[in-house]
Design a protein around this ligand. Structure first.
Ligand code: UD1
Length: 419
């Protein structure tokens, strides 16, 4: 088990490049399966979830290498259509392999996905959509057995909620399906547009990403391509939160302000100056932080649930009372009790959290229990007096490339130790 020892108090400063997006890299890697040739993905973050996706590709018969943030996948030959249980349990996004494997081979066997525990995370919408496209899905000793005896067929699918993973799964399944698939109430997240951009470069015909209605005209075959994963908007928001929590100033390189349209105003409301310029964002948080009125997490373009915890960490020090309403996941306040150990004043009831600013936090022994909640504890520790011992770093490693190096580069004092 690894821990981070974080000595807080220094103001964040300097310039740092934002890593490639985990939530884009994973569906792109599933998409490589459809290419049927060699695909090169640059700017791929070096993360345990990315390695798990590469292991899934290898199990299915692809040749997959990772070097200097570039993944090369050769999917010319697929030898298997079963994703091993251990890899399915390792991360929830392994479910996007269902649409890709089914689209490529016409059959797929996998178990229910694992991942961070953020409350119930069913896959009913994924399965219903694939059934609408002609998939036959049965359960056998914990395995989902999916076949499409007559091939996948394009159809019109209306989602009851704009689920990110479901939209990705349908796109992946539809690219090689017969005819046109239209998704109404599709998720509009930038990662969906990144997936469509990548698949279109491989020869797919996908239109409307980002608009809520996505149409995919099936093609007979794709080919490999070279592509660069988009910058990680949640990693950018985390760095902005670190600047806010420490009263610092940061220049973020390789950051897309357009993807952060609902996040930037929150930092401005807190009293930070945010200045986007081309692919950079400069944030200055020299003034005392102010509370924000009500922050509601929503599907994109609303405020992202993945940035809720890190922004909360900064708000613990803001003057006044802030309110957060978590609308996407039921169990996404697991970091709250740990922040309270550091001196924060937070009360939660159901989906609502009320944060009374305390002026300063102090270091404590705390434990990450999910990815973004773990990052929030690291942000809080950066802005706290004294030393924090942050356990369960493995959760943070799922989404942040070497967090200790990143935080040290912006002026932090962070060590990783084996316990
Ligand atoms: C993705 C992101 C995750 C982010 C989330 C919301 C990846 C790898 N993960 O997760 O970081 O927090 O979007 O922005 O991209 N739901 C159902 N049935 C389904 C599918 C979803 O009820 O079949 C519910 C979920 O329980 C949840 C909500 O819909 O309450 C949102 O889920 P979804 O948008 O699908 O999130 P993920 O794709 O799992």
């Amino acid at each position: 088990m690894q821990k981070l020892i974080i000595r807080g108090g220094a103001r964040a400063g300097g310039e740092i490049s934002v890593q490639g997006a985990k939530n884009s890299a994973l569906p792109l890697l599933a998409g490589c399966l459809l290419a049927g040739g060699e695909t090169v993905l640059h700017n791929c973050p070096e993360l345990s979830d990315v390695f798990a996706a590469c292991r899934i590709l290898s199990c299915l018969g692809c040749k997959c290498t990772f070097r200097d943030n570039t993944v090369t996948v050769d999917s010319t030959v697929i030898t298997d259509c079963q994703v091993p249980d251990g890899l399915m349990r390792e991360m929830r996004s392994s479910i996007v392999f269902l649409g890709a494997v089914l689209g490529r081979t016409g059959e797929c066997r996998l178990t229910f996905p694992g991942g961070c525990e953020l409350g119930p995370r069913p896959i009913d919408m994924h399965l219903a959509a694939l059934k609408q496209m002609g998939a036959r899905i049965t359960e056998d000793h914990g395995y989902l057995c999916c076949t499409c005896p007559r091939g996948l067929k394009g159809t019109k699918i209306t989602l009851s909620f704009p689920s990110v993973g479901t939209t990705e799964n349908i796109i992946l399944a539809a690219v090689l399906a017969e005819g046109e698939t239209v998704i109404y109430n599709a998720a509009r997240e930038p990662e969906i547009c990144d997936l469509a951009g990548f698949l279109n470069l491989c020869g797919a015909r996908i239109k409307g990403c980002g608009s809520g209605t996505v149409s995919i005209e099936g093609v007979k075959k794709l080919h490999g391509c070279e592509y660069s994963v988009m910058p990680d908007r949640i990693a950018a928001a985390t760095l902005m939160a670190a600047a806010a929590a420490t009263g610092g100033e940061l220049g973020l390189l390789n950051a897309r302000s357009g993807d952060l349209q609902s996040v930037i105003p929150v930092f401005e409301e807190m009293g930070c100056g945010v200045f986007p310029y081309k692919d950079r964002i400069f944030i200055s948080c020299k003034k005392p932080l102010r509370a924000v009125k009500t922050l509601r997490t929503m599907p994109y373009p609303g405020f992202p649930t993945d940035a809720q915890a890190v922004v909360m960490a900064a708000l613990t020090k803001a003057e006044g009372t802030s309110v957060i309403v978590e609308n996407i996941f039921e169990n996404r306040y697991r970091h709250v009790d740990e922040l309270i150990r550091m001196g924060a004043d937070i009360k939660t009831e159901g989906k609502v959290a009320v944060i009374e600013g305390v002026g300063s936090l102090y270091g404590a022994n705390v434990r990450a229990s999910d990815l973004r909640g773990g990052a929030a504890l690291a942000v809080a520790a950066m802005g706290a007096h004294g030393e924090t011992c942050l356990e369960n770093v493995r959760f943070i490693d799922r989404g942040y490339e070497s967090i200790e190096k990143t935080l040290n580069r912006i002026g932090g004092n962070v060590r990783r130790i084996q316990s």
